[in-house]
Design a protein around this ligand. Structure first.
Ligand SMILES: [Zn+2]
Length: 232
């Protein structure tokens, strides 16, 4: 059949399903975060204060807490040991703010305790970045040039590195939230119903990672199907 258009065949439905899942999870975390941003905590402490307390109580004194502008871009940077908290988290005393701040502390605690999945994830970052970008040129060349089908397999192998990275991210994220909820309860930062509601925010956030992993698995499946067709 000569030239093959790998971007517009029927397997594209897999990419669309992945996109829908990703968008749905993103909409859900935004609405859940917005809902619990309007619910103040009884303790009245801000996200930054909660983070400070959790870090100290965990014996961590070398992590600094910094405010960053943006939305839902809170993160812990293990290289600089900086906990970045966004505007809606840093100075707010809502359940959403305290929950997200505690979750990022969860990552700092993982780093402090040399939690193995976090180490694996960090080691995979460069491989995953190269893999997801470099896979498509190889797949396209393999699909379009006859006799170069082996390039498809190489492209699939590269993309698999990105999928593994997404999968290793899952235990890291779930564990950070588990540590966060445990600390918030133990330390009395949140009480009763507050813990359950904060959990909802963190679960919605975790779902975005599940959706991202599902989307990359669907894309990998598509590559495998395209590669299989080429060899027929
Ligand atoms: Zn996280």
């Amino acid at each position: 059949m000569g030239f093959y258009l790998p971007f517009y065949d029927s397997t594209y439905i897999l990419v669309i399903i992945g996109l829908v899942l990703t968008l749905a999870a993103s909409a859900r975390v935004k609405s859940t975060f917005a809902k619990y941003s309007r619910v103040g905590s009884m303790s009245g402490i801000t996200g930054a204060q909660a983070a400070e307390r959790i870090l100290r109580a965990s014996g961590i004194y070398d992590v600094t807490i910094e405010r960053v502008s943006g939305q839902l871009n809170d993160n812990y940077d293990p290289r600089s040991k900086v906990l970045h908290l966004s505007d809606a988290v840093y100075g707010q005393s809502s359940l959403a703010a305290i929950g997200v701040a505690a979750h990022e502390c969860g990552h700092a605690i993982q780093h402090n305790k040399s939690y193995v999945p976090l180490k694996v994830r960090s080691a995979l970052v460069p491989i995953a970045n190269i893999g997801s970008m470099a896979s498509w040129p190889f797949v396209l060349l393999g699909l379009t040039i006859s006799g170069f089908g082996f390039l498809i397999d190489f492209g699939i192998l590269l993309f698999s590195a990105a999928v593994v990275f997404q999968l290793v991210t899952l235990p890291v994220e779930f564990n950070a939230s588990k540590r966060a909820i445990a600390r918030l309860g133990e330390m009395g930062i949140l009480y009763g119903d507050e813990l359950g509601n904060t959990k909802k925010v963190l679960n919605a956030a975790a779902l975005t990672y599940v959706a991202a992993a599902a989307a990359s698995i669907l894309t990998l499946l598509r590559l495998v199907i395209l590669g299989g067709r080429r060899r027929d």
